[in-house]
Design a protein around this ligand. Sequence first.
Ligand SMILES: Nc1ncnc2c1ncn2[C@@H]1O[C@H](COP(=O)(O)OP(=O)(O)O)[C@@H](O)[C@H]1O
Ligand SMILES: [Mg+2]
Length: 388
Amino acid sequence: MQNCVGQAVRGDNFWNRSDEIEEIWNKIDSGSHILLAAPRRVGKTSIMFYLKDKPKENYIVVYIDTESADNENEFWQKVFNALLEEEFINKLKSYSQTLWQKIKKIKIDKISTSGVEFGDGETLNYSEAFERLLKDIEKDKKIIIMLDEFAQTVENIVKYEDEISAEKFLKRHRALRQNSNLTTKVTFIYAGSIGLESVVSKLNGIKYINDLNTVKVRPLTNMDAKNFVDILAKSLKITLSEEVKDFLLEEIEWLIPFYIQLILQEIKNISRKNKNEIITNEIVKSAILNSLDYKNHFEHWRSKLKEALCVEEFKLAKEILNIISERNTIESLEILDIGTKFEIDNETTKDIVHSLEYDGYINNNDNPKIYRFNSPILKMWWYKNVAN
Ligand SMILES: Nc1ncnc2c1ncn2[C@@H]1O[C@H](COP(=O)(O)OP(=O)(O)O)[C@@H](O)[C@H]1O
Ligand SMILES: [Mg+2]
């Protein structure tokens, strides 16, 4: 296993997430459609790559990143293009030339909001086109369509078209999931680093996604994180004592693979420079400070918030996070007061706090009335680069 920092991992670099993966397969087997939920960088895409690379027998797994789709047409274009690249389509080709000829002629450029135009000029709506495409995959096979950054697509539709189009889009997805001709053939897995629930609730559209079965991707447990550190340290050729390892995990606190990899990489850099064999707590501290210089690893925490919220709401969210980054915690009452200062009503303020929680900035796990950062590293970055 190599220490990869940044891109979703694949193959040998994937640290086993057996609980999540088992839960996903159980839900697929029971016929559910899934919402894979976790803040950014927790490891959703890596899990989806794993499902794609190691599918269970009789499942065809398709991965599609829809983040860059700005409207429904572009979304479906991506989906149909991805499906047409799949191997099962090639198999179709070999046993049914006529059907293949038809499918091949799907005029992707003729995808409109009403449907997909087939080569013979006939237009089918998306679910009919799906049915057509999927009808002839082998009887005992089921296809899993994983849609990454789906909530971003919904947000793009709101931004570049309007809320009504976004609502229609969600409605159509629900209809597709409930289409009885498709249920035995397809499972949808929706994922994304901005909370689908918070995006959808702004549209009053929870009813369109409440049939989804949520699988949460959690940080690693302390024991799992320790084993992960051991394997990575070995591959980086650094040695950490038990005591330093404990200190490292305490400092990282929010034990997602990403932060562990980032800090170990910095520890390696320091020890290389110092030609120092022994890693101390001081080196761990310096490594954490050094990691804050990687703007591209952190800046999205600020920029995505700015994109998702309107001006006053962004100011509110920023002030909440500024205060927590300085004082470690904030009480919910004070948050409502800040909302009032920006002329934002309590309900909206609570929604914003909820999306900060959902998107992985803060939590109130210790006390429901007190919020703190999930990650002390993000807290330090925020304090240094946004609050001051
Ligand atoms: N299972 C894993 N094994 C090893 N590294 C992982 C794993 N999951 C996540 N990572 C690390 O975290 C980073 C973010 O992972 P990614 O799958 O892109 O998260 P997400 O899709 O939730 O934003 C990756 O660059 C990788 O360094
Ligand atoms: Mg991802």
